[in-house]
Every structure is written in C-alpha cells, then in structure tokens.
Design a protein around this ligand. Structure first.
Ligand code: C2E
Ligand code: MG
Ligand code: MG
Length: 689
C-alpha cells in the first residue's frame, strides 16, 4: 500500500470515530452549536476556494483545460456556498423562513456546480488550451455565478421550496436529492472500474471524495434541525469531499500532469522543445559526453516577417509547422530540433564529423528550398545556417546557442548558406555593439563634425560643389571612420537623427560660404537608404532648406543605386525633390546591380563613378572601358558625370580625355574642415591647370 493511500485510510479512520461519537452522543440544540456549524460551512468555502486557486495556478504551468474547468466550477461552488453561509448565518440571527428558502437554493447551486466540476474532471480530455481561451474561463464562471446569485436574490421567493421542514417541498425536493444520489453513485461505480483497470492513485482518492460528498448530501438533506449533531458531521464530510478532490486533481502525481508540465517545456505551436528545454538537452549532452564535440546549428527563415505581414500570422504559423515537418523528415533521431522563438530554430547535433555537419546543413537547406504551397502562393524558404561546436567555440549551452546565432548572422551578411563560428565574428559583433552604444551619445556630446571635399568642373576649372562627409571623434575611442559607424547607424536607425543633423549642418555651412561671397558654391550631402524611405523625408529636407535660407538648386543629394531599385516608390520621392529644385546624384555608380537602361526613368543630375573603377583606370583596360561606357551613356541621357577618388595627374588627364565632366579626389584635395577651405583654394586651382 502506498504512503498516500495509508494516509487516506488514517483520515478515514479518524472521521469514522468522530462520526460514531456524534451518532451516539445526544443532540445539542444550543446556539453555540449553530456557530460551530457556521464555522464548518466557512471551512467548506475555503476548501472549494483553494480548488479554484489551484486550478488557476496549475493552469499557468500546464495549460491543462481539465484542471482549469474544474477550478472554474469550484470558483462557483465557493461563491454559492459563501452566499448559502451568509444567508444561513442570518438564520441563526433571525430564523426567517424567507432566508432559509434562499439559503437552500444557494446550497443547491453549490451542489450542482460541484457535481459539474467532478463530472468535468472525469470526462474531459486533458488537452492544452491556448492562453487566450484559458483566460476567459474564470471570468466566465464568475459572471455566471453572479448572474445566478442575483437571480436567486430577486426571484428566489417564487422558486419551489427545497428545505424539508417546509410542507410543500415534497416532490421537487425528492427529485433533486435522488438525482444527486444516483449521479454520485454512478460516478462511484465508474471510478471503481477505472481504478481497477488503471490502478492510478488519483482515482482512489476521487472515490473517497465521491463517498463523502454522497454521505454529506444524504445527511444534510435528511436532517432538518440545523443544530443537530449529524449536520455537523455532514459538513465535515463535505469539506472532506472537497479536500480529497483537491488532492486527487492537483497534488497527486498523475501522468497527465507530468505530461502537461513536459508540454510546457515544449513550444505551443510546433511541439518542439523550447529554449529552456533545449538548453537542458545541450547540458545533458555536454555532461554525458564531455569528450565529444557537440554542435548547435541555428537558423531563421529569411523574410519571414514579410510572409507574416502579407499572409497573416495564421499562415505564418502554418509555414513554421511545415518547416518543422520538412526538417524532421530528414533528421536522424538522436538530433534535437528546437524552436527558440518566432522563426528561430536550433538543432542539437551530437558528435559527427565536419563533413557530415556540412552535408546535414546542405540537406536542410535543400529540403526547405522545395516549394511550399500556401494560399495559392508558392514559397521557397531560404535559410542561412550558423554552426558552433562545443568545446571549441563555447563552453556553456547559452554561449553555444549565441555563437551559432552570430555565425548565422554573419552568413546572412556574407551570403553563405552555412557558416562555422569564428572568434572574429564575435569581435565584430561586440565592436558593433560598442559603436552603437557610443554613437547614441555622439550627437549630444558634440563628437560629430563635417568635412568637405571639393568637386571640380574639368571644363570651367571651377569648384562646383563641396561634398559633406561625416567625421566622428570619440573622446576615448579616437576617430572612427564612416565606413564603420555609418552601417551601424543605419542598422540601429540612429542615421535618421544623424542624417538630419548632417543636412542642417551642411546647409548652414553653405549659407556661410554664400554670405562671404562664394555664391556659386554648392553642397552635396550623402543620404542613406533608411533616411530616404522615411515617410517625412521630403518634408524635412524642405524644412531645413527654409530654415537655413539656401537656394534649393545649390543642394545635391547623393543617393545610391540600391535606393532606386524599387523605382515605383523611389521615382515619386525623387520627383518631389526635383520639383523643389534640388539636384540628385547617384553615388558609387557601377557597384550596384542595376541595368543601365533603368537610369532613363530616374530624374537625376549626376552619376558618380565609383572610386574602384578610377583606381586603376590607367593600368586596367576593363576599368577604362567601363568608365568610357558610363561617360558616353551619361552624355546620351544628358546626365553629368563625376569621377570619384582621383589620386593622380594621370587619372585626371585620362578622364579629361574621355570627356568626364567633374572630378573629386585626394589629388585635388582631401576632405577639409570648412575653416581650411579658403586657404586651400589657390592650391586646388593650381592642380587643375
Ligand atoms: P562616398 O559618399 O562615396 O564618399 C567618398 C569617400 O571617398 C569619402 O570617404 C572620401 O574621403 C573618400 N575619398 C575621396 N577621394 C578619395 C581618394 O582620392 N582616394 C581615396 N582612397 N578615398 C577618397 P569617407 O569620408 O570615409 O566616407 C565613406 C562613405 O561614408 C561615403 O562614401 C558615404 O557613403 C558615407 N558617408 C560619409 N558621410 C556620410 C553622411 O553624412 N551620411 C551618409 N549617409 N553617409 C556618409
Ligand atoms: Mg558620396
Ligand atoms: Mg562614393
């Protein structure tokens, strides 16, 4: 016999002794006894209430619908019993017949709710509820109970009598009582059968509960005098019935509870282990096979957010399920796939060779590439896999998962299907994080400044424009090149504020130059893609122009090819800028993927040939012919050409010969702080001649 069973029988024994005593000892009919009765009633309310509380607490752990429903039923039991007790307490004071009547109706409602709770416990399957549905059940039960309580309080007097001491109660009362008796007896038999076949402890405890609830019902309905000894017994039985129920449902180890808790460690949607369980599995693998290399592969689905936005979350969920199905199909059994969250997945791979890891990664990528059909769309899912291995890349499950993630991000950036983690990636990530952290304060701390590089017209030999280039001097980190911090600013969104600052600063500088007589000078400002796609971009450009009182046709905005790829949305923006008189340059031209013909559609003024073509224009025939083609095409399109990165006289001469319009580069001038510009002008002019 198990320990709990022994305890149950001890409780049963004590109760039997008390019962016998109460049966033998003559009845007290004192007022004190009534108060004691009342106390017992409150005790039953407390036990019913704890079933409700437990139901909710366990639900938060297991999402078990069965326990939630039982808990909700007992919330009603507790409320009805409470009203029964309150109205009953008035009986002690006033002994009014009306209150006795109401009290007996609340008592009936409590019995019905308890019976519903027990029936639900025995019949409901133990599936998981979603959080959303689960949250509604308790308030639902509360509302229903309140409606019933109000109904009884208002219309209770017109309901048939239930207490036996009222003459008229006869038939209705008998039907109610017999029904409960039969219901509990039937349940008792069913549970005995269940217990015989399953031998599960909770069923035995439920049997005690059913036994006591039936005994309590019999006593409390048969005995009329509220201060009779047996009433006292009836209430003890009732509290015991609830107690056994509480124990059976919540405190006894039952497979389904364990299953549920296990499911809690699994992801709701896919049934895969979640991050917590995944970490445990890695830990176990490390502990059990410390000498073996264990790999974690990490991946997420490219453009998943877009799929979710376009098709909705339900379809997104279906895709995630499909991903799991596909991967599981090709996954050896000893490997654990986990959903870390969202569209992030990770795979725990016990020791296999590097070649096998690569094969596995390729198989997963290939499998996911096979089209998935959903809502008439065909999807090819693309992923990049990051791989980190214990013990070389990390010593803890957390670090292993993190480093696999870093490798994945690196792979995405460098366009590799799978990437093994390397320490430099973490350095790069840390450096980025550091830059971002300090960049947030850079504007506030006045660490940013602009330098200007002249662009010279080869025909007129005049400086036509100054390109504003951003500089960041950090107190401790020193000077950080734009190539390093601009991508971080873009990724983090900081470029929006920084970009506005640059534009305002450059326009103010232009205004200063104009006011000292250099009225033909123009300024060029680099615009990042993030700024360009801001809905209020054109508006704030306009505001800054007005604010700094410059002529819009003295401002050139440098954008890159990639910003114009989606020309359906780029063209209207460019056109609005052009209408204001602003000029547009395509920066770093030739490095993008765009076809030359698309340029025809864009309202632009300049093409800036990327430095990489100019660099070896004298030596490399290919670069030379590319530059030639760009220049002739630009002429055809009536767009002027600016060659970037001129570092020598030879390059300048060659470009002059090829008909290039403007040049910019170290040969003429490095980017200058504005104060130095004036004294450099003479030197620049000498170089052009
Ligand atoms: P970019 O717009 O193509 O700017 C030209 C870059 O080439 C500048 O680098 C300039 O210093 C450099 N350069 C000019 N002539 C020569 C030369 O003869 N030889 C060599 N080796 N380099 C030359 P910088 O200032 O480091 O800027 C790099 C990039 O950072 C810029 O390329 C631009 O894309 C971005 N950037 C700079 N300032 C800003 C800004 O205010 N906003 C945005 N969004 N991007 C900016
Ligand atoms: Mg530029
Ligand atoms: Mg450039």
């Amino acid at each position: 016999m198990t320990k709990t069973l022994t305890k149950n029988f001890i409780v049963l024994g004590i109760i039997s002794v008390i019962s016998l005593y109460l049966l033998i000892v003559p009845a007290h009919h004192s007022q004190e006894f009534l108060w004691f009765h009342l106390l017992l009633e409150f005790f039953s309310v407390a036990v019913a209430y704890s079933i409700a509380i437990q139901g909710w607490t366990i639900y938060r752990l297991t999402y078990s619908q069965k326990r939630l429903w039982v808990g909700a039923s007992f919330l009603s039991v507790a409320l009805f019993e409470l009203f029964h007790t309150i109205t009953f307490s008035n009986i002690i004071m006033t002994a009014s017949n009306e209150l006795i009547h109401l009290s007996s109706w609340f008592w009936l409602l409590a019995r019905i709710s308890a019976a519903i709770g027990i029936v639900l416990y025995l019949t409901l399957s133990d599936t998981k509820l979603t959080d959303q549905k689960g949250r509604l059940i308790y308030p639902g039960a509360l509302l229903t109970s309140i409606i019933f309580i109000i109904a009884v309080l208002i219309w209770g007097q017109s309901l048939p009598a239930l207490n036996r001491d009222v003459e008229t109660s006869g038939v209705f009362h008998d039907i109610v009582d017999h029904s409960f008796f039969l219901l509990y007896a039937g349940m008792f038999i069913a549970v005995v059968q269940k217990y015989m076949t399953t031998k599960k402890q909770p069923y035995l405890t439920i049997l005690f509960s059913l036994l006591f609830i039936n005994l309590s019902d019999i006593i409390l309905t048969m005995v009329i005098n509220p201060s009779h000894n047996l009433i006292f017994l009836g209430h003890i039985y009732r509290a015991l019935a609830y107690y056994f129920l509480l124990k059976a449902i919540f405190f006894q180890s039952d497979d389904s509870i364990e299953n549920m808790v296990e499911q809690k460690d699994n992801d709701h949607l896919t049934g895969l282990p979640n991050r917590l369980l995944f970490k445990q599995k890695i830990q176990e693998q490390m502990r059990d096979h410390p000498q073996e290399a264990t790999a974690v592969m990490s991946f997420d689905i490219d453009r998943f957010k877009k799929i979710n936005d376009v098709l909705g979350h339900e379809k997104g969920d279906l895709i995630l399920k499909e991903v799991v199905k596909k991967i599981k199909k090709i996954l050896p059994q000893e490997m654990t796939l986990s959903r870390l969250g969202g569209d992030e997945f990770a795979l725990l791979v016990p020791y296999i060779s590097k070649t096998s890891l690569i094969n596995l990664a390729n198989n997963i990528i290939r499998e996911l590439k096979k089209p998935v059909n959903l809502s008439n769309y065909e999807f090819e899912l693309e992923i990049n896999i990051g791989i980190a291995c214990y013990p070389f890349d990390a010593k803890t499950p957390d670090d292993l998962i993190k480093n696999a993630g870093i490798a994945m991000l690196y792979g995405k950036k460098t366009n590799q299907p799978y990437t093994f983690f390397k320490q430099f990636m973490i350095d790069e990530t840390q450096e980025k994080a550091l830059i971002e952290q300090h960049l947030r304060k850079a504007l506030e701390h006045n660490e940013l400044s602009l330098v200007y590089q002249p662009q010279v017209n080869l025909k007129s030999k005049d400086i036509i424009s100054m390109e504003a280039l951003l500089r960041w001097d950090h107190k401790h980190l020193g000077s950080i090149p734009p190539g390093k911090f601009i991508p971080v600013a873009e990724e983090s969104g900081l470029i929006i504020d920084i970009g506005k600052w640059v534009l305002r600063q450059a326009c103010q500088q232009l205004h200063k130059w104009h006011s000292v007589g250099m009225t033909s000078l123009e300024v060029s400002v680099n615009i990042s893609i993030r700024q360009f796609s801001q809905p209020d971009f054109v508006l704030y450009v306009k505001q800054i122009i007005n604010e700094t009182r410059i002529a819009p046709n003295k401002l050139t905005l440098e954008i890159t090819e990639s910003m114009t790829m989606d020309y359906e949305s780029a063209i209207p923006i460019l056109e609005r800028l052009k209408q204001m008189g602003i000029k547009i340059a395509i920066d770093d031209f030739g490095t993008g993927y765009s076809s030359l013909s698309y340029l025809k559609k864009l309202p632009i003024d300049y093409l800036k040939i990327d430095r990489s073509f100019i660099q070896d224009i004298e030596k490399d025939a290919d670069s030379c012919s590319i530059v030639e083609t760009i220049i002739s095409m630009a002429k055809h399109l009536k767009v002027e050409v600016i060659a970037e990165g001129i570092e020598s006289r030879e390059q300048l001469n060659l470009l002059l010969k090829k008909g290039c319009d403007h040049v910019q580069g170290f040969y003429l001038s490095k980017p200058l702080v504005p104060e130095k510009f004036k004294q450099q002008i003479e030197y620049i002019y000498k170089k052009i001649i």
